[in-house]
Design a protein around this ligand. Structure first.
Ligand code: APR
Length: 235
């Protein structure tokens, strides 16, 4: 995207390691003291001095080539996530297909939130053709159950979650293309790792109210995608 090679992106987040510890690289399971176990296209030789790197913020160490291979397996957006502790370097984005996110307030209360109104989010994603960032580029994908309606209490915390969901939408992290665990269908639009409540007045599916922990869970799931209140203030 910014014209950086995968090697340059990975290097940006790494510190040099003079003498690797006597541990295995948890990406390839080979000793950090030896070469990367990853053998694949585009893996050239690296000098010994940069064969192992330490991720600058969390300190976890890997073979440089293993991190490059991992980066190349993702959607190459300039960000990197530590496979051990999930610390995110850069801004993580996803592969959510094009679509629309809208919301409005409806004058009814959700079970468990009697003192406020309700935010309804409407996601709409049409079917389409998979891009290079999807599992089967060039192949069609289906989109079931759209528009999908979701609910949040219109409370201070609910509005905060909404602001962060808007950031997640812009970063293409709400949906993904893959195999639905509910229907088993492949090449279809599926929820990504941020839970939504799709039932309004009842809880027949387990995706309804009341659920006292829901907003905190979602904030935690958003944090795991690299989205915090700071992001909402910035955008
Ligand atoms: N509402 C909200 N979240 C759901 C639902 C639902 N009805 N069903 C599954 N999820 C959550 C799951 O708990 C899981 O965490 O979405 C995540 C991915 O599950 P998949 O079944 O792979 O996702 P998807 O196929 O998109 O969802 C199936 O959700 O909104 C409905 O219309 C949609 O019926 C479809 C169902």
């Amino acid at each position: 995207r910014k014209g950086k090679t995968p090697e340059e992106v990975v290097k940006k987040y790494l510190q040099k390691v003079k003498s690797p510890p006597e541990e295995d690289c948890t990406i390839c399971m080979e000793p950090l003291g030896g070469p990367s176990g990853y053998k694949g296209p585009g893996v050239g030789p690296v000098s010994r001095a940069e064969s192992v790197g330490r991720l600058a913020q969390c300190g976890h160490q890997y073979h440089f080539q293993c991190l490059v291979a991992m980066y190349n397996n993702g959607n190459k957006d300039g960000s990197l996530q530590c496979p051990t502790c999930k610390t995110i370097y850069g801004v993580k984005t996803g592969n959510q297909p094009a679509g629309k996110m809208e919301y409005h307030v409806i004058p009814h209360s959700l079970p468990g939130h009697p003192d406020c109104k309700t935010i309804r989010i409407i996601y709409n994603i049409p079917p389409g053709i998979q891009g290079p960032e999807h599992p089967n580029p060039g192949k069609p994908f289906t989109a079931r159950g759209f528009p999908r309606h979701c609910y949040l209490p219109d409370s201070e915390k609910g509005r905060k979650v909404l602001r962060l969901l808007l950031v997640a939408w812009d970063r293409r992290l709400i949906f993904s293309v893959g195999t639905s665990s509910t229907t088993g269908e492949s090449d279809t639009v599926i929820w990504n790792e941020v839970h939504h409540k799709t039932e309004f007045g009842s809880n027949l599916t387990g995706h309804g109210f009341p659920d006292p922990g829901h907003l905190d869970n979602v904030l935690e799931e958003l944090r795991a995608q690299g989205i915090t209140e700071d992001d909402a203030l910035m955008e």
